[in-house]
Design a protein around this ligand. Structure first.
Ligand SMILES: Cc1ncc(COP(=O)(O)O)c(C=O)c1O
Length: 389
């Protein structure tokens, strides 16, 4: 089902416009406050704090965690976002490896990367599946670390009966258009901790803030659409899950296209459906698969973040920020393991093999056509390489 914008959205938008208060902050409109309360109630946290994107949210979350120059924050290498947010704060991203079947942070690797400078961890629930949060929280507790969940893909994803965004100390959501709650940009930070919530409020921008603050306010108009879309979120998530179920079924027992493994205690919400190409183990060539997929018009893309983990990209390796090269060349920056190939071997191995299919709020017919194309491809390849499809 494609995303629906209708009278319900206009109903909330009209309230903002008729009140003549389209700006949040400065004691003006109240729609953002309503959106925050509705979001917190939906996810199940005491507090929610709206901002204008998940990147702003991650920047703020790292700041609230107290990480700055000279501190380290452990992040996933499969995305850029967490590492960038750490650098926004002049802190140092330290990359932990991931598990090859779920693509999510490996708790053992996290443990190995902790030093006396580690302040926080950002765990990315990649593609809508929650990481091993019980183990991660136990490690964090032993080392007194703040855990930030990047929930950009994971609205209403569940881990052992609890929603993403309630599992760590702070959760960060994205309302960028490709996400389940696509509002035309926006973000939300969830927390149960009153001290963190108060700290977020202290970062609010004013004409002369008490401390360095960024103007990350969300618009009341976006919050109005957020109120309407939040009422539809269960439907959107169910549709995405139903699409993924069909796609999983289409590659059941397929030896060369293996879906992300979902532990039985998790609910994956499939922002994207992303299997791995594992054909080489059957003597099948990846380039040939890509050619066949293109020929048949399979709507997918191959590999993620240009097939390389974040730490191999120039923005992390070169002193490219803040004029003189901070934070990479910052004098306060501790010497971390260099960002070289081999740092996170599992991430390096799986990123190029990811085959990305768009599922969030996609039309049913599109999903059915994809399923049909996958079936045809399996049939063709089964014959060609002499194994049962
Ligand atoms: C995992 C993850 N985190 C953070 C972001 C940043 O989101 P935003 O565009 O709302 O800043 C994205 C964007 O795609 C994302 O995929």
């Amino acid at each position: 089902m494609p995303r629906v914008f209708d009278e319900r959205d206009l109903f909330y938008l009209r309230q903002v416009i008729e009140d003549g208060l389209p700006c949040a902050g400065y004691g003006a409109g109240k729609m953002t406050q309503r959106f925050e309360e509705a979001f917190a109630a939906k996810v199940g946290t005491r507090f929610a704090y709206a901002c204008n994107s998940a990147m702003s949210g991650l920047h703020l979350a790292v700041a609230v965690a107290g990480a700055g120059a000279g501190d380290e924050v452990i992040v996933d290498p499969t995305v850029s976002f967490a590492g960038l947010a750490v650098m926004y704060n002049n802190a140092t991203p330290v990359f932990a490896d991931v598990l090859s079947d779920t693509y999510l942070m490996d708790p053992q690797s996290l443990q190995e990367r902790i030093t006396e400078r580690t302040k926080a961890v950002i765990v990315t629930h990649l593609w809508g599946l929650c990481a091993e949060m019980e183990e991660i929280m136990a490690i964090a507790e032993r080392h007194n670390l703040v855990v930030i969940e990047d929930c950009a893909h994971a609205l209403l994803a569940q881990y052992k009966g609890r929603y993403a965004g309630t599992l760590g100390h702070l959760g960060v959501f994205s309302f960028q258009c490709s996400k389940h709650l696509g509002l035309g940009d926006g973000g939300m930070i969830t927390t149960d901790r009153e001290d963190f919530y108060q700290a977020l409020r202290e970062f609010e921008f004013t004409t002369m803030p008490d401390k360095l603050a960024w103007n990350y306010r969300i618009s009341e108009l976006v919050s109005a659409v957020g109120m309407a879309q939040l009422e539809r979120i269960d439907e959107y998530v169910e549709e995405t899950c139903a699409a993924a179920e069909k796609l999983n079924e289409a590659v059941k027992e397929c030896p060369w296209l293996v879906p992300q493994a979902v532990p039985p205690y998790c609910r994956h919400v499939y922002h994207l459906w992303v299997p791995l190409f594992r054909g080489e183990e059957q003597g099948l060539n990846y380039e040939e698969f890509q050619r066949a997929a293109k020929e048949i018009g399979l709507p997918c893309s191959f590999g993620y973040i240009e097939d390389e983990p974040a730490y191999l990209h120039p923005v992390f390796r070169e002193p490219a920020a803040y004029g003189r090269g901070c934070p990479t060349a910052c004098p306060h920056r501790p010497s971390v393991t260099p960002y070289e190939r081999g740092l996170c071997p599992v991430a390096e191995e799986i990123l190029p093999r990811m085959v990305l299919f768009y599922t969030t709020v996609a039309a049913k017919e599109r999903v059915e056509a994809t399923v049909e194309k996958l079936r045809r491809l399996r049939e063709r390849w089964g014959k060609k390489f002499h194994f049962t499809p």
